[in-house]
Design a protein around this ligand. Structure first.
Ligand SMILES: Cc1ncc(COP(=O)(O)O)c(C=O)c1O
Length: 384
């Protein structure tokens, strides 16, 4: 953990890049946006139609756990996609997975408890934990192992500084690393042995290019599982996600939701209920990301980025820049100004070793990925 993290919250550098790129666009510059971790496409047409139909009706709060139709739909989703039975009473609709984290931390732990996350990892984990008064342990994962977290990594970190919880995502942001069943089972059994409560962030489920994503629910009922409609269903701004909570925590999670958020946005719950049946549309979007993933990985390697591992899931490539620079922030700023390509500095995900990395998102169009590669090729040839 860096001093910066120990002293409090950390800025989100991607937002600085986004702000500058928007300024440049208003001045007439064309920008390839590879910094944003969100799909470029809208939700499925039926989602929009359902919400348009509901719009004229008064939309009050829902029950704190969420609409029965949505929770029953999610229960069916677990039966169909993961062959597990999940009681709708253990499911809460949340205001994106972001609210799910807050509910999970406060349902399972008390402020001061220590929770481990991987480094690199999603920056909001660190900021949310520190902001809410929890302790943080960062477990480093490395490119040599495909950025994969193992039970041995968890045990080694725990022996140095014990922790009560582990928040872990597969597929992961920023590396795209996705665990197979054996890898996830290793993590789950290590957590059980060391009495660590697992929070499994499954927000990129569905976006796994090798095959079906494995849910922690297939292997344990002690984990809190968090998921969202933001990525696979293209609904980032709708702020709608869900969590599956073990029986011993569900009442506490419900009470927290009643008081912190009352309920998730009603219109978004209506849209989400429909989205669950629109997997064909979601799979079409995924097919586009799969093409972009290949083009981006090959293109980055040709240009000279270090990408030994393309990632099996999500829509990110976490590439080394050692051939061009050792300061990712300066590299991203210069690349934006000179080439009009926006990407996210690795320091956002890893304050210690992230300076040598940049994250590229391939959630946009194929044309924007191809244009970005052409521009970056010229940029590095000209000396970066
Ligand atoms: C790993 C991970 N978890 C959670 C989130 C938050 O998503 P939301 O609150 O939109 O569900 C993100 C967003 O990028 C993410 O990358």
């Amino acid at each position: 953990m860096t001093d910066n993290a120990a002293n409090g919250l950390m800025p989100f550098l991607a937002m600085d890049i986004l702000k500058r790129s928007k300024e440049m666009e208003t001045q007439g510059r064309s920008i390839c946006h590879l910094e944003l971790g969100e799909p470029g496409q809208p939700p499925a047409p039926r989602v929009i139609e359902a919400v348009a139909r509901a719009l004229p009706e008064p939309q009050g709060y829902t029950n704190a756990k969420g609409l029965t139709e949505l929770r029953e739909g999610l229960s069916r989703y677990y039966a169909t996609q993961h062959a597990v039975e999940v009681d709708p009473d253990l499911i809460l609709a949340t205001m994106g997975s972001s609210a799910g984290f807050i509910l999970a931390f406060h349902a399972a732990f008390r402020p001061g408890a220590r929770i481990a996350v991987t480094r690199p990892g999603y920056p909001a984990y660190v900021n949310t934990l520190l902001g809410l008064g929890f302790g943080l342990v960062e477990v480093p994962v490395g490119a040599a192992d495909g950025w994969r977290l193992t039970g041995a990594d968890i045990a080694a970190a725990h022996a140095k500084k014990p922790f009560d919880g582990l928040l872990f995502a597969s597929p992961a942001n920023p590396t795209g690393t996705a665990m197979d069943r054996a890898g996830l089972a290793d993590i789950i059994s290590t957590c059980a042995r060391l009495n660590i409560r697992l929070i499994s962030d499954e927000i990129y489920h569905g976006l796994d290019y090798r095959g079906p994503s494995v849910s922690a629910l297939e292997l344990t009922r002690d984990a809190i599982v968090i998921n969202s409609f933001s990525k696979y269903y293209c609904m980032t701004g709708w702020r709608i996600g869900w969590m599956v909570v073990p029986e011993d925590l569900v009442r506490r999670a419900e009470i927290l939701q009643q008081n912190l958020f009352i309920s998730a946005p009603t219109l978004s719950q209506i849209g989400a209920t429909v989205a669950l049946g629109e997997r064909e549309y979601a799979e079409e979007q995924k097919a586009g990301y799969a093409v972009n993933r290949k083009i981006l990985a090959e293109g980055l390697r040709d240009i000279g980025f270090d990408l030994p591992f393309a990632g099996e899931g999500a829509f990110y490539a976490y590439a080394g820049i050692s051939r061009f620079a050792n300061d990712c922030l300066q590299f991203c700023e210069t690349m934006l100004e000179q080439a009009g390509v926006a990407a996210t500095p690795g320091l956002d995900f890893d304050r210690k070793d992230g300076a040598g990395f940049v994250r590229f998102s391939y959630a946009g169009t194929r044309a924007s990925v191809e244009e970005a590669l052409e521009r970056m090729q010229k940029f590095v040839r000209a000396g970066g």
